[in-house]
Design a protein around this ligand. Sequence first.
Ligand SMILES: NC(=O)c1ccc[n+]([C@@H]2O[C@H](COP(=O)([O-])OP(=O)(O)OC[C@H]3O[C@@H](n4cnc5c(N)ncnc54)[C@H](OP(=O)(O)O)[C@@H]3O)[C@@H](O)[C@H]2O)c1
Length: 284
Amino acid sequence: MILLTGATGTTGQETVRQLLEKGAPFRVMTRDIERAKTILGPDLDYVAGDFAAPETLAAAFDGIERLSLLCAFAEKMVSLELNAVAAAKRAGIRHIVKMSAIGSAPDAPTKIRRWHGEIEQRIEREGFAYTNLWPNAFMQNFRRFAPFIKNDGVFYAAIGESRVALVDVVDVAAVTVAALTEDGHEEQTYEITGPRAYSYGECAEILSRILNKTVRFESVSMDASHKALVDAGLPASLADALIEIDQMFIDGFGAPVTDVVDRVVGRPPRSFEVFARDNTDSFT
Ligand SMILES: NC(=O)c1ccc[n+]([C@@H]2O[C@H](COP(=O)([O-])OP(=O)(O)OC[C@H]3O[C@@H](n4cnc5c(N)ncnc54)[C@H](OP(=O)(O)O)[C@@H]3O)[C@@H](O)[C@H]2O)c1
């Protein structure tokens, strides 16, 4: 049996949709089953569980062979996911499909990648079969810009004209589903990107064409971007972590394109044009 964690989130919802489409049996762990039902529908096989309450995980992990491990971007991500890894070991789970991020390593230059790298290292050392998912930045992050695009036709970020091989979570979920339901994905690290690298200026042009109105991108300073994140309610330390990613993109780290979606899913990854067309409602 497969257990999905993080199923109510951005990637998880799409993973649920694709697993249902494929007819693969799976269970969903959530901290709040009633809330999850409003997001994912009433008829899934739900179990309650919270990485922050390790005593809930024994029942949630009972009888599971493959675990999709995904936790929100949070200050305590490492301790939360390590609680899950310890519980998975006790429950005899065989294979962990771990949501990480491109370039994860315990000694990576940015905080989020170090966090993911530490968790990946523990999974490997504990002797699980593993599949590490390393997506580039999600196209769905553009939904954060939606109020600015809607109201003023402009969005802001601190990445200048650097290019990023943005990936649609539809493709991230497709790779996740393959790793959870097929053989041959063990001891693999999948660097998941879109079909090409886009500058945010190009994304603005694409949005302008598809939304049929002028959308501009304005690059701002790191300080201004940090302040906007904190003003929006993010703790300063997490804003620091996101700013580090912008710096990585400026240094060109986000630009390389891989063939993982073609190889694993058997079709090309979705373009930003397709994402924009499918998400027109979010931006108008
Ligand atoms: N955004 C990007 O561009 C990007 C790029 C590469 C990698 N990533 C990685 O993707 C991951 C985030 O994915 P996402 O955006 O799909 O997630 P998300 O939308 O933020 O959803 C987070 C999920 O985490 C679960 N969760 C939170 N706290 C939990 C806890 N204490 N115990 C159990 N579950 C908990 C929530 O489940 P319930 O509320 O139902 O319990 C929720 O479904 C992070 O690891 C991030 O580093 C993101």
